[in-house]
Write a protein that binds this ligand. Structure first.
Ligand code: WAQ
Ligand code: MG
Length: 269
């Protein structure tokens, strides 16, 4: 493998003042070889300008060269799918999956009502105590600016380690498309931090109703319908062990480069 790659991060919004406030449109993160850098930047620009959530009028793209020897490697989560036919059914299944992964009933209920109460999508994820259900990302932390409840924390700086191996892996499972790829990569990084118990997610793209529950215990459990078609409100929650240091946790999610290894065919997956 080459010695360096480039981290490319994009965030975009509509109606902000120099990127502050406004409506979240889309974000993306990749770690790509130099030869794919231009193409990746153009793709992200295009995505922000043609998104079904709206045409972004503020777009920030950050490019940074990374020394690969500093990147952490983590395995891709195992994949499985549960079919649901309505929002209510999908969310009920998700609640069961979260409890099966070790999140308390109380925390699941708290998380479902927090996501259900959002009137528009956040940029990032809420962090909840998996035992008490307390929301942690909005608590003030000394030495950091007052947290913005609409931002949450972003999981960033991650990508597939070996593109070709990943393509073979997904094709063998009939999985295509950017949503699944990005979600599998993100969910795998989230589970590579030992404080994470489980993750809950559904998309904020009005035309994409699928979501998942991720955990080290049960892998990536895709749930086909988790919201009504046309609904622009999605969300994510990272459920963490009681007593997790939120500052350290956030630092890992936002800054540590993580490359996701795909199991070779024949490996258990
Ligand atoms: N870090 C933390 N939270 C994020 C991030 C991130 N990098 N990106 C998005 N979010 C939050 C944010 O609140 C979004 O509103 C919400 O998650 C949904 O994001 O077919 O498309 O990018 O198997 O719309 C899952 C199913 C699709 C994929 C998830 O999420 C499949 C999806 P979206
Ligand atoms: Mg989206």
């Amino acid at each position: 493998m080459e010695r360096t790659r480039f981290s490319v991060k994009m965030r975009s919004s509509l109606g902000s003042v120099h990127g502050m406030g406004g409506r979240h449109i889309s974000g993306a993160e990749r770690i790509v070889p130099e030869k794919s850098l231009e193409e990746t930047v153009c793709e992200m620009l295009r995505r922000a300008r043609t998104h079904e959530r709206g045409t972004a009028d503020f777009i920030q793209i950050k490019v940074e060269e990374l020394n690969l020897s500093k990147a952490v490697h983590a395995p891709l989560l195992r994949f499985s799918e549960i079919k649901s036919s309505s929002k209510d059914e999908g969310r009920r299944i998700a609640a069961e999956e979260l409890e099966a992964a070790g999140v308390s009933h109380k925390a699941v209920t708290a998380g479902m009502s927090l996501l259900g109460a959002l009137t528009d999508s956040m940029r990032g994820a809420m962090v909840l105590d998996a035992e008490t259900g307390e929301r942690l990302d909005t608590l003030p932390r000394p030495g950091t600016p007052a947290p913005d409840p609409r931002r949450g924390i972003r999981c960033s700086s991650m990508d597939i380690a070996d593109e070709d191996a990943y393509r073979r892996f997904m094709k063998a499972r009939g999985l295509y498309g950017d949503h699944a790829r990005e979600a599998m990569v993100l969910a795998s990084k989230v589970q590579s931090e030992p404080s994470t118990v489980a993750e809950l997610c559904w998309s904020d793209d009005p035309g994409y109703v699928t979501g998942y529950v991720g955990s080290r215990k049960n892998g990536y459990r895709r749930i086909t319908v988790m919201k009504d078609l046309g609904d622009p409100v999605g969300g994510r929650i990272f459920f963490v062990r009681h007593g997790t240091d939120t500052g350290k946790y956030t630092g890992y999610m936002e800054n540590t480069p993580v490359l996701i290894d795909t199991p070779e065919e024949g490996d258990a997956a």
